[in-house]
Design a protein around this ligand. Structure first.
Ligand SMILES: *Cc1c(COP(=O)(O)O)cnc(C)c1O
Length: 434
């Protein structure tokens, strides 16, 4: 692709974009009467216009049916999670019974680790990436402490093995990850890393990591918060044991939206796995006879605890309908193009402004739509400048701006206008140096 950093090129790219109409399906925060350049879909996705209608329908059905809405609402609440199964399986590369929508991300990580982190005195270590999202570290450390127990089955302070990038590098090389797995193979219980790192935007080779983890005799799970709806996933084919994600980032289901989980088919009927159970995980045929013995439903459904948060799932349905219409393969193909354009624009700006400031892209070539930019000088002022001019992006201490052009609703024009503002910002916020 021969990119150009000018408006005509960007507008032409938008015209040729087969997904361009999806932008009109979303509501954009406004800045001085115009759409903001919203590059924060990695943190909170935008609101689909139809979300309001989907939620209002549930309010109306609650009004009309009361408790009978469980069976008689337009989308009956009793099996409500079923309405999300096909679309969720499609974007995660899962069989239908391998996925279910429930709870929230960190809660789900804990529930899944109860089943899939089964340490003993010898095999208790967990490999994860350096600099994970804080919640993941807390979850892993507390699981290790919990399982070590008061009898100190093992030393929990030795349980977490943090993958380190090489000195001077920001991302993890697959060969190094595989070597670390190999090195700890006799003590390794679990490999649990992010599919896409939230800070650098690195996409991990989940297939290779899963194979290596299994060869070492460990379970392998992924936190897909930044991967689901962003990159291609083939969880079933890769043989991943379990995964969890949230739906408020790339899945556009709104703040605090209900999360999702994947449990591989090979564990679907394993009733001997320990798990924390609740009535919603019980076989629905006997659920209301309130049997004393818990009979887990086959597959991921057996990990459910509680009945469906319908309003949150209604918003997720709205968004997943758009994913089904657009098609994940088309979104990914646009995403590569759009983020490639952003990368090009940043290189152009670096060329033009090389005496002033430098923007370093720390995201490796294996990535989703997000680029993480280290701003060498005055990063905070520069971020403030673009924010004042209608860009929504996020600042990460000490010097990183994360920008995520989302293929579902961002345009090449957004990237172009962002580039213009970034160039202006550099000129306005950096004093000439020799
Ligand atoms: C966004 C994110 C979370 C947030 O967890 P919640 O339980 O949804 O609040 C956790 N881990 C990662 C990697 C994330 O990106």
């Amino acid at each position: 692709m021969q990119y150009q950093f000018n408006e005509d090129f960007a507008l032409k790219m938008d015209q040729e974009d087969i997904l361009k109409d999806f932008r009109n399906e979303f509501l954009f925060p406004q800045h001085q009467g115009k759409n903001t350049i919203y590059f924060c879909g990695n943190s909170l996705g935008l609101q689909p216009k139809i979300s309001r209608k989907y939620i209002l329908e549930e309010l109306d059905d609650w009004n009309e049916f009361g408790v009978e809405g469980h069976m008689h609402a337009r989308h009956p609440w009793f099996p409500y999670h079923e309405f999300l199964r096909t679309s969720t399986a499609a974007i995660t590369g899962a069989l239908a019974h391998e996925v279910v929508v429930m709870n929230s991300l960190t809660t789900n990580l804990h529930l899944l680790m109860v089943s899939f982190y089964r340490p003993d005195a010898k095999r208790y270590k967990i490999i994860f990436e350096k600099g994970p999202f804080s919640s993941d570290r807390y979850a892993l450390a507390s699981q290790a402490a919990f399982h070590a127990g008061s009898s100190k089955l093992f030393d929990p302070s030795k349980a977490l093995i943090e993958l380190e990038p090489r000195p001077g590098e920001n991302f993890h090389r697959t060969e190094d990850i595989l070597a670390t797995i190999q090195e700890h193979r006799d003590e390794l219980a679990l490999v649990m890393i992010g599919g896409v790192n939230y800070y650098t935007g690195q996409l991990f080779d989940m297939k290779a990591i899963t194979e290596a983890g299994h060869a070492a005799g460990a379970m392998v799970g992924f936190d897909l918060a930044h991967a689901t709806g962003n990159v291609e996933l083939k969880l079933h084919d890769w043989g991943v044991d379990f995964a969890a994600w949230c739906s408020y980032k790339y899945l556009n289901a709104g703040p605090g939206a209900v999360g999702g989980v994947f449990v591989h088919d090979k564990h679907a009927n394993n009733e001997s796995l320990p798990r924390f159970s609740g009535w919603w995980g019980n076989d629905p045929d006997t659920r209301f006879t309130m049997p004393e013995k818990f009979i887990p439903r086959k597959g991921a459904d057996g990990w459910q605890l509680s009945n469906a948060p319908v309003f949150s799932m209604a918003a997720l349905r709205a968004s997943m309908d758009l994913f089904e219409k657009a098609g994940m393969d088309k979104l990914i193909s646009k995403s590569k193009n759009l983020t490639g354009y952003l990368e090009y624009v940043i290189h152009q700006i670096n060329e033009k402004c090389k005496d002033l400031n430098a923007i370093k892209i720390i995201t490796p070539a294996d990535r989703g739509c997000q680029l993480s930019l280290v701003i060498e000088k005055n990063g905070k002022e520069l971020h403030q400048y673009i924010s004042n001019h209608g860009v929504i992006s996020d600042w990460r201490h000490p010097d990183v701006i994360r920008v995520a052009p989302v293929p579902m609703y961002n345009s090449f024009e957004d990237v172009y206008r962002f580039g213009v503002l970034l160039e202006q910002a550099i000129k306005e916020t950096t004093t000439q140096v020799k």
